[in-house]
Design a protein around this ligand. Sequence first.
Ligand SMILES: Nc1ncnc2c1ncn2[C@@H]1O[C@H](COP(=O)(O)OP(=O)(O)O)[C@@H](O)[C@H]1O
Ligand SMILES: [Mg+2]
Length: 252
Amino acid sequence: MHNLEVVYGDVIRVLRGVSLDVPSGAVVALLGANGAGKTTLLRALSGLLVLHRGRVTKGVVELQGRPIGRLDAPAIVALGVAQVMEGRRIFSELTVEENLRVGGYCRRRDRAGLAASFDRVMELFPVLAHRRRSTAGYLSGGEQQMLAIGRALMASPRLLLLDEPSLGLAPQAVEQIGRIIRDINAQGTTVLLVEQNAAMALSIATRAFVMSRGGVVLEGSGPGLMDNPELRHSYLGTTQPAPSPPAEDFRG
Ligand SMILES: Nc1ncnc2c1ncn2[C@@H]1O[C@H](COP(=O)(O)OP(=O)(O)O)[C@@H](O)[C@H]1O
Ligand SMILES: [Mg+2]
């Protein structure tokens, strides 16, 4: 995307000229405090902005050179972009398997492809394979996050957008999610990973961006940013004690 500007409603400008490139095959991390605009950026990519009364007022969003800014969400999914929303929005009353079938709905005519994606998800997440017929609401937080990711993979995306997959998970589950993201990427899926857990994200990412108040303020290689003193001194969920953030960052 280039020079992207997004507003909600008529006045609230949230992204102020953001440019960001996700190379094919990469894992790109997007870090930043609460309210920085990370979720908004993902919505601009996936076409979900309209659901939140948001719209792009300037700039372009391109997928492999093709402008997608005017397409709706189903059209963007069909082009190979799937988003896992913040807070694991699984269908808690449905079984694991039913949740996955919903994720594959956009490809319902491609039976062979769907079966292959289903097998891939079962292989990536053995724990879901064991609990195929369990009601999703009874899964642990980590398992629900895996299900949310698995559901997105059922659309067979080339680009997977993950919005804070480690949020609220125990350290062990965070580590597991990190490993899974690596595996998914190794199988050829490009990943844009939004995280508050900078350590986890930077350990996976080939490239990383830090957002603050609607703009990109830092950019670098994953390991490079890990050593960056500016990042260390910001409040990104590292082991450093967090300074009190300025009030505007918590408008959300
Ligand atoms: N639907 C909405 N309407 C108005 N403002 C919103 C809406 N969604 C988010 N915002 C505002 O946009 C800013 C960025 O939010 P968001 O993209 O969710 O940030 P992040 O994901 O980095 O925490 C925040 O100030 C938030 O309050
Ligand atoms: Mg967010």
